[in-house]
Design a protein around this ligand. Sequence first.
Ligand code: FE2
Length: 211
Amino acid sequence: MNALSQIAPSSTGFSGDLSPLRRFVGDLAVLLDGTGDLDAILDRGGALLARLVERDGWLPDAYSAPHPDRYQQYLLHCDSLQRFSVVSFVWGPGQTTPIHDHRVWGLVGVLRGAETVESFQHREHDGALLPHGPARQLLETEVEAIDPRVGDIHRVSNAYADRTSISIHVYGGNIGAVERATYRDTGEERPFISGYANTTLPNLWDLSRTV
Ligand code: FE2
């Protein structure tokens, strides 16, 4: 039994209460209203995301469903000025992303399961991609930042071969429409615009039950 298999899965049922997500997007908008400093955004935004992922139960089933063949990227919310977007990444057992970059800031928080993150950087003389540090595991409730200033090329995989993992990502733009790249091991870039798996969003704004 490895360390990951000793982690008890948390409750996954949707409670019908989207208020944690609504509070998060409001708090993040206030943060971005107050500062454009990237260090502050990553630091304070990371704390907000940690609060969001510390408790499960708010993500509707439609945005936590794995696909049998490929990971899913569901848009949960996009800021009206497209200053940020919030997505759920859903990995079925063993699924992985291609090596890719982001070109905007990002925050990743694991809601369910665990992920393996491998970072890469270009070799100076020929541009080939080499691993940048060892692969690391991001466990349930942990948060990490994606900072294009220090390198943002990575590959992310479900750390489990036998269950779904889900993380909540926040990006400094409408990430599904950002022109970025995937990479071959040679370092060769391929243009990449990810889009989203969903066509409808969670309704954060029906407050009738709370009035
Ligand atoms: Fe990524």
